[in-house]
Design a protein around this ligand. Structure first.
Ligand code: PNS
Length: 166
């Protein structure tokens, strides 16, 4: 039986750290659904449609990846996709408490779904979507932090030349 894994997140925007987890998950699981949350509690920089589009562009050469969006509880979405696995990246000890809570409540809601954690590649251990937005807002170079299409989208959002390297 093939294993479908869901990698959920805000992806506002996708970073090279997320892409590292996506690439590595695709080697472990048969099919990986990267699922963007419609989160009414947060005010995102990018709309869900923009985030989905950036993820599609960044993963277009990867074989067993699908990009989707979901509302509501993750576990309901997991069931609707008949997935058995949630993938999450862990950067540092500071991620652990929230992730342990989330994995525990998800297991309580459905004991058939397992959460798999992947240690983020060391070179991205400091990287987050928030840090990328902060840096881009002040026109610093984000070339090594995000894919090219995201860098271009950040430039458009902030209306400034983010690029200082080229
Ligand atoms: O990229 P993020 O913001 O760290 O991702 C968090 C996400 C989307 C995985 C989490 O907020 C989530 O699953 N939200 C859906 C609502 C839900 O199921 N909550 C209970 C488990 S935390």
């Amino acid at each position: 039986m093939s294993t479908v894994a869901v990698y959920p997140g805000s992806f506002d925007p996708v970073t090279n750290g997320h892409l590292d987890i996506i690439e590595r998950s695709a080697k472990v699981f048969d099919h990986v659904v990267v699922a963007v949350l419609h989160n009414r509690n947060k005010t995102p920089l990018f709309s869900v449609e923009e985030r989905v589009q950036m993820l599609k562009e960044a993963t277009k050469d990867m074989a067993n990846i699908e990009i989707d969006a979901f509302h509501g509880l993750l576990i309901d979405y997991i069931r609707s996709r008949e997935a058995g696995v949630i993938v999450r990246g862990l950067r540092a000890v500071s991620d652990f408490e929230y992730e342990m809570q989330a994995a525990s409540i998800n297991r309580k809601l459905d004991t058939n779904v397992e959460t798999f954690f992947m240690m983020t590649n060391n070179q991205y251990s400091y990287l987050s979507s928030s840090i990328v937005k902060e840096v881009a807002k002040y026109n610093a170079d984000v070339t090594d932090l995000v894919p090219q299409s995201v860098k271009a989208a950040l430039q458009r959002k902030y209306g400034e030349a983010v690029d200082q390297k080229d």
